[in-house]
Design a protein around this ligand. Structure first.
Ligand SMILES: [Zn+2]
Length: 272
C-alpha cells in the first residue's frame, strides 16, 4: 500500500512515532520453565514453542527490561478456585489415573517438571491479568489452556488459566469479563466452567469441524466452516466483536490468541 500524508499529519505522525519509542513497554510474563525438557520430539503438543517464542522476542530486544515478569509458583488454593481439589491434588502429586492423562494427551508424560510448567503457566496468566489492571495491557507468553474443565483436562490442557485468571479478577472487584477465544479449537472447558456465571462472557470463534468434537455452549459461539480465508475471517470477527462488545460492555478482556488460527481446517495465511 502506498500512502500520502500531508505535512501537518506528517508532523503528527513523527510525534506519535517518538512517543511510541519512549513509551514504557507493556508487561510481558514468561518463565523459562514453560517448556519442559526433555519432551518427545514426535509429540503433537510442541513443548518447545514457548521457549522458541521467547527466544524470538529476545532476539528482537523485547524480552529484556523491567517490563518482563516471571510468575511465582501458585498455591493449590488458587488453582482450586476453579478446579476440583481432588483433580488438582491428583495431578500435582502424580496420582492422576492413566485414563485421565490419556484424555489430556499426556499419558506416560507426567513429571514434576510438567507439574511446575502447568502451575506456572496459570500463575503467569493471573499475573498478566493483574498487571493489565494497572497498565491497561499485558501478555503471558503461555496459557490459553481452554480445554480444561473443572474436574478433568483435555486436548493437552490441564488447568484452565483463563478461568483461574477470570475468577481472580472477579475477586478483585472486576464486574464483567469477556473471554475472547480465537484459538482454532473451541474453548469448551472455559464455556463449561462459566456456564452459570453471567458476569463472564465466553466468546469462542473456532473452526466447527476441529476438536473438540463434542462442544460446550459458550455465551457466544461462532463455529466457522472449513476453508474460511483471511478476508471472510476478519469480516466475521469484526462484526462479532462489535456485537459482543456493545452487548456485554466488558470491563476487562482476556484474549486467548491461540497459536493455531492458521491451522485446522481454515485457509488462513500463516504468519510470516
Ligand atoms: Zn488450539
Amino acid at each position: 500500500m502506498t500512502g500520502f500524508v500531508s505535512s501537518k499529519w506528517a508532523r503528527v505522525a513523527e510525534r506519535v512515532t517518538v512517543s511510541k519509542m519512549t513509551r514504557p513497554r507493556s508487561p510481558l510474563v514468561y518463565s523459562p520453565e514453560y517448556s519442559v525438557q526433555p519432551w518427545p520430539r514426535e509429540h503433537r503438543f510442541v513443548m518447545s514453542k514457548f521457549h522458541d517464542l521467547a527466544e524470538s522476542l529476545r532476539e528482537d530486544g523485547y524480552l529484556t527490561g523491567p517490563h518482563v515478569h516471571v510468575p511465582e509458583y501458585p498455591s493449590e488454593s488458587l488453582i482450586e478456585s476453579v478446579h476440583e481439589s481432588s483433580y488438582v491434588r491428583a495431578f500435582n502429586n502424580g496420582t492422576l489415573d492413566d485414563n485421565k492423562l490419556r484424555e489430556i494427551g499426556f499419558r506416560g508424560l507426567w513429571s514434576p517438571e510438567l507439574v511446575r510448567r502447568t502451575n506456572l503457566e496459570v500463575a503467569g496468566t493471573v499475573l498478566a491479568a493483574e498487571l493489565a489492571l494497572e497498565s491497561g495491557l499485558a501478555c503471558n507468553l503461555g496459557g490459553g489452556t481452554h480445554h480444561a474443565h473443572r474436574d478433568r483436562g483435555s486436548g493437552f490442557t490441564i488447568f484452565n488459566d483463563l478461568a483461574v485468571a477470570a475468577v481472580a479478577l472477579l475477586d478483585k472487584g472486576v464486574d464483567r469479563i469477556l473471554i475472547c477465544d480465537l484459538d482454532v479449537h473451541q474453548g469448551d472447558g472455559t464455556a463449561s466452567i462459566f456456564e452459570e456465571r453471567p458476569e463472564v462472557c465466553t466468546f469462542s470463534m473456532h473452526c466447527q469441524s476441529n476438536f473438540p468434537f463434542r462442544k460446550c455452549q459458550s455465551t457466544l459461539d461462532i463455529g466457522l466452516e472449513d476453508g474460511v480465508g483471511d478476508e471472510e475471517y476478519l469480516r466475521i470477527l469484526k462484526d462479532q466483536l462489535i456485537f459482543v462488545l456493545k452487548a456485554f460492555q466488558p470491563e476487562f478482556v482476556l484474549y486467548d490468541a491461540g497459536v493455531d488460527p492458521h491451522v485446522g481446517a481454515y485457509h488462513l495465511t500463516p504468519p510470516a
